[in-house]
Design a protein around this ligand. Structure first.
Ligand SMILES: Nc1ncnc2c1ncn2[C@@H]1O[C@H](COP(=O)(O)OP(=O)(O)O)[C@@H](O)[C@H]1O
Ligand SMILES: [Mg+2]
Length: 277
């Protein structure tokens, strides 16, 4: 397949489910809670294509299903329905949701990198920054300690974390530094796909600019494709040429980010754009 990743008909429901869950929820119904059975339809009919090396943005308000989509793609969460074809996984012949536990571990450790919105999800706070990175190197059969330490140092250098933080515990680092260590960890095994969830949310504006510059540089240097989630259209505009807009579990608009900003079609996107301008 020419895509790196093709997600088709992804659906994630929390709750017992009933035959009318999906049709009773979504932007037109103005809710993601099924009125009949009370299930939350966090994601429905979600399609996404990512080509090698490109950055795709996912934008939408809180609760629209962005993190759920990433968590399913990263194999953190089993979807209720749908498939994801990923070139490094059997050339895309089989959905990653059919992966066994060993294959799932390889997908997470080797072929994809995830940066969680909360560093507490993405980093072990009981291990040093260096050990957090080395954990991923070990997963792909690095064995020699000094080599792994050098590689961890190089990754910190690339993500502009002062080298003397190699032996620091994440809890002693600033929020911006924690996100950089997460990025370093995600990059460790040079995966072709990076998933970034609200990377800059919660950071001071001055720190945000530095992290955005870093992602720009990594887009050039690594050639990795990125799926970048943000509720902030301004961040998406800076980093993702193509994007999708989500509301209540559904994609309501997709296309070139500049075009979406200039001429939003869906009323929800119009609202989002006018509140960003
Ligand atoms: N474990 C859960 N149980 C029930 N509902 C959940 C659970 N996790 C997420 N949700 C709901 O799923 C919807 C989508 O959540 P999420 O993907 O986190 O949105 P976003 O990342 O866009 O803010 C929200 O309505 C959220 O409350
Ligand atoms: Mg989220």
């Amino acid at each position: 397949m020419k895509e790196l990743l093709r997600v088709v008909g992804l659906e994630k429901r929390y709750g017992p489910g009933c035959p009318t869950c999906v049709e009773s929820t979504g932007p037109e119904r103005d809710t993601n809670i099924c009125p009949w059975c009370g299930s939350v339809v966090a994601l429905a009919a979600f399609d996404l294509e990512v080509f090698p090396g490109e950055t795709v943005g996912i934008v939408g308000e809180s609760g629209s299903g962005k993190s759920t989509a990433l968590a399913c793609i990263y194999q953190d969460l089993p979807p209720t329905a749908g498939a994801a074809y990923f070139a490094p996984f059997e050339g895309g012949a089989r959905s990653t949701f059919e992966a066994n536990s060993q294959e799932r571990r390889a997908l997470q450790m080797r072929h994809m990198g995830m940066v969680y919105q909360s560093p507490a999800l993405g980093l072990s706070f009981h291990s040093t920054a260096g050990a957090n990175i080395v954990e991923r190197l070990l997963a792909v059969d690095w064995r020699e300690v000094s080599g792994m330490r050098a590689k961890a140092g190089e990754l910190l250098w690339r993500t502009e974390v002062p080298m003397d933080r190699l032996d620091a515990f994440p809890g002693t680092l600033s929020g911006g530094m924690q996100q950089r260590v997460q990025i370093a960890r995600a990059l460790a095994n040079e995966p072709p796909l990076l998933l970034l969830d609200e990377l800059t949310t919660g950071l001071d504006v001055s720190v945000q600019a530095g992290v955005i510059d870093l992602i720009r540089a990594l887009q050039q240097e690594t050639g990795a494709a990125m799926v970048m989630v943000s509720h902030d259209l301004a961040v998406i505009r800076l980093l993702a040429p193509r994007s999708i807009v989500m509301r209540l579990g559904h994609v309501v608009e997709r296309g070139l980010t500049d075009q979406i900003l200039e001429d939003p079609q869906h009323p929800y996107t119009q609202l989002l754009v006018s509140s960003t301008a």
